[in-house]
Write a protein that binds this ligand. Structure first.
Ligand SMILES: O=C(CO)[C@H](O)[C@H](O)COP(=O)(O)O
Length: 285
């Protein structure tokens, strides 16, 4: 469904379609990627992951008894516990051990399965859990599909920062071409900035839609200071090195099936569509 088509649908019906599409994507992803033999499962954050946990719980206690679930923050901790599943912090995963699979949502997914994450301010733990998994699977609704990051998600790339460094990080973001980066405010009724599960702040840094490394720049900066545009990889590599930045909400890197920990991109992205179908996009191997 195009943006103009979806704009013609009454808001209530649109909200219902979006919820249905999230649920369909989540159930399909769980059916395809949660094998009965798995014992260690990462659970991400956000409203789509609610349906992932629902789908897992629906398998029944016999199917999940031997499984342990690793959260990406306070919200997913609560989800896991409320579903009666076994909870374990990622700090208890033995050194060198891997999760069998991790499921998480995204704010935007580009054609190469690079992601923007962190709309819910959980990006740091989300990246730790995703990169601890042999397979990271993304679940999302149709609004998240996009050719280039920054096309539909206009709020900016979420960046988790040490509060004392925020002014300097903001200045550097402006220098490298971010369009009005801002510290994310707290929820209504709470004065000051939002504070993450790790005691940090979030800066949202909008950039012009990012190029894919394969767009011909070889993964280098395409001259943003002269009005050019960043590639995903070049921007991510720059952002993560700014002093005071704890983690960035770009999940990026080389393509390929993840057979070892460390890859940030999903092996597959499941998109629930407005017509009730699910589109699956596989990472290139
Ligand atoms: O990155 C995230 C939280 O930090 C979420 O996965 C992302 O914001 C998507 O959330 P939702 O499923 O509610 O659209």
């Amino acid at each position: 469904m195009s943006t103009s088509e979806s704009a013609a649908i009454p808001a209530e019906e649109q909200a219902r379609l979006i919820e249905t599409s999230k649920r369909c994507a989540a159930y399909q992803a769980v059916q395809d990627h949660l094998l009965p033999a798995y014992t260690r499962v990462g659970i991400g954050s956000g409203s789509t992951v609610v349906y992932v946990v629902e789908a897992i719980a629906a398998l029944g206690a016999d199917a999940t008894r031997a499984m342990t679930f690793y959260p990406t923050g306070a919200q997913s901790e609560e989800l896991i516990e409320a579903a009666g599943l076994a909870l374990q912090p990622i700090s208890k995963l033995a050194a060198g051990a891997q999760l069998d699979v991790a499921f998480d949502g995204a704010d935007e997914v580009d054609d190469d399965l690079n992601l923007i994450k962190g709309g819910g301010a959980c990006l740091w733990q989300e990246k730790i859990v995703a990169t601890s998994a042999r397979q990271f699977v993304c679940v999302a609704d149709f609004r998240k599909q996009s050719p280039r990051l920054g096309t539909s998600w206009k709020k900016g790339i979420p960046i988790e920062v040490l509060p004392m460094a925020a002014p300097r990080v903001l200045a550097e973001l402006q220098r490298i071409g971010s369009l009005n980066p801002r510290v994310r405010p707290g929820l209504p009724g709470k004065a000051g900035a939002i504070v993450t599960d790790n005691g940090m702040w979030i800066i949202d840094a909008p950039f012009a839609p990012l190029l894919l490394p394969r767009d011909g720049t070889g993964g280098t900066q395409a001259g943003n200071r002269d009005g050019g545009v960043w590639t995903v990889d070049a921007l991510a590599d720059h952002l993560i090195k700014i002093p005071g930045v704890a983690e960035i909400g770009l999940f990026y890197g080389s393509n390929g099936l993840q057979v070892a920990s460390g890859a940030q991109k999903p092996v597959a992205a499941y998109f629930g569509m407005a017509d009730g179908s699910v589109e699956v996009k596989m990472g290139a191997s």
